[in-house]
Design a protein around this ligand. Structure first.
Ligand code: TXA
Ligand code: MG
Length: 349
């Protein structure tokens, strides 16, 4: 299959492009598109065959449910409910935006889309290109991140083409995304609202609206008996090709430990990479050094993280040492992705 890649302007969107993309979705085809978090791989959320095509294109296990994207609050009650009062307030505060909420599923959503679950994840993205596509595609677009399963999520159209070129109908190229990490997921099906995946909307931001918010114990505890509730969070999802280790401690101890390890690798003929910050990059004279961003700008670190992991894949390094990035607001989301990429391999120094 030939994948059409089409540049889309946010300032002057071409209606004929969205009409064509919408027709592809209505006919059961797949269109990748930008959102404010990462690029999504869209298919008609109400069409079981489209859901199956999404799983096949990504190589994703079909018990890992998809998020249904909407572009109008009035479209929510047909697919999900009852919607608790707290969720309405959260929607008012953060929708459209980088927040996904989980509710009981209505029958209109096929079980193929929800990976067999009786709940459904819903998101109203703020990106105008995403919204226009959803409207033209019939109002309900199922979209996982548009990467091959097991690769870092795509933050540019080029990343999508790298992974899914030839396997999907169309890619709408709206340039690099804004945030760079997937949406925060909050579950409303089980008593106290529970964060199943950390993201740009931090626990403190959600607590301000909801009062009490829990964090899924499966995200915090390293125990195979306590599994994360979001099926996708249990896979080693954001896996770079190289073996990765996170080094945690004071800045001096971390840079010294990484320098030592890289030197020892060189002696044994291993090329290794270092995921550093602007402040520390110059402290590594050897190895393939990549900068996620400045420690004073956590949004920049989140924005660059996946692109840097992909660069390591292409650079042929066999090992990656990453500094820890426990930044104040998005640190939990950044470290959650890094820990998964590293298969929870952490060295404390
Ligand atoms: O920012 C985002 O959310 C992006 C963009 C494209 O919107 N989408 C995204 O989708 O990250 P995906 O499929 O890569 O991740 C969805 C996560 C998975 O971990 C999945 O297991 C979980 O959401 N999920 C979906 N529906 C669920 C449900 N009903 N119950 C629990 N977890 C669910
Ligand atoms: Mg994903």
């Amino acid at each position: 299959m030939e994948t059409q890649i089409i540049q889309v302007s946010r300032e002057r969107p071409d209606p004929s492009v969205f009409r064509r993309a919408g027709e592809i979705l209505k006919a059961g085809g797949l269109v990748a598109f930008p959102t404010e978090t990462v690029y999504g791989l869209g298919g008609n959320a109400l069409d079981p065959a489209a859901a199956r095509r999404i799983y096949a294109a990504k190589g994703r296990p079909c018990d890992n449910p998809l998020i249904v994207h909407i572009a109008d609050m009035d479209d929510l009650p047909a697919i999900a409910g009852p919607i608790p009062e707290g969720a309405c307030r959260l929607a008012e505060a953060f929708w459209p935006g980088p927040l996904t909420m989980i509710f009981p599923r209505k029958d209109m959503v096929p079980l193929e889309t929800t990976g067999g679950l009786t709940s459904v994840a819903v998101r109203f993205p703020s990106d105008e290109i995403a919204q226009e596509l959803i409207r033209c595609g019939g109002g309900y677009v199922a979209a996982p991140s548009a990467n091959t399963s097991g690769r870092p999520s795509p933050t540019t159209a080029a990343h999508v083409a790298e992974d899914l070129g030839g396997r999907i109908d169309m890619i709408l190229d709206g340039g690099p995304v804004g945030i760079g990490l997937e949406s925060t997921i909050i579950d409303f099906t089980d008593g106290t609202p529970t964060i199943l995946r950390p993201g740009y909307i931090s626990p403190a931001m959600a607590e301000e609206i909801l009062g009490e918010v829990r964090i899924d114990p499966g995200l915090l505890i390293e125990d195979p008996a306590v599994q994360p509730k979001a099926p996708g969070m249990k896979y080693r999802h954001y896996a770079p090709k190289a073996e990765m280790m996170i080094v945690e401690g004071s800045q001096e101890a971390v840079t010294e430990a990484i320098r030592d390890k890289v030197r020892r690798d060189i002696e044994t003929g291993i090329l290794s990479g270092i995921l550093a910050s602007e402040e520390t990059a110059h402290m590594y004279p050897e190895g393939v050094v990549r900068i996620a961003g400045s420690r004073l700008n956590e949004e920049e670190i989140a924005h660059n993280l996946y692109a840097v992991l992909r660069e390591f894949d292409d650079s042929g390094v066999q090992k990656i040492y990453s500094e820890a990035f426990d930044t104040p607001k998005m640190g939990q989301a950044i470290m959650n992705r890094l820990l998964k990429a590293a298969g929870r391999h952490v060295l404390k120094v």
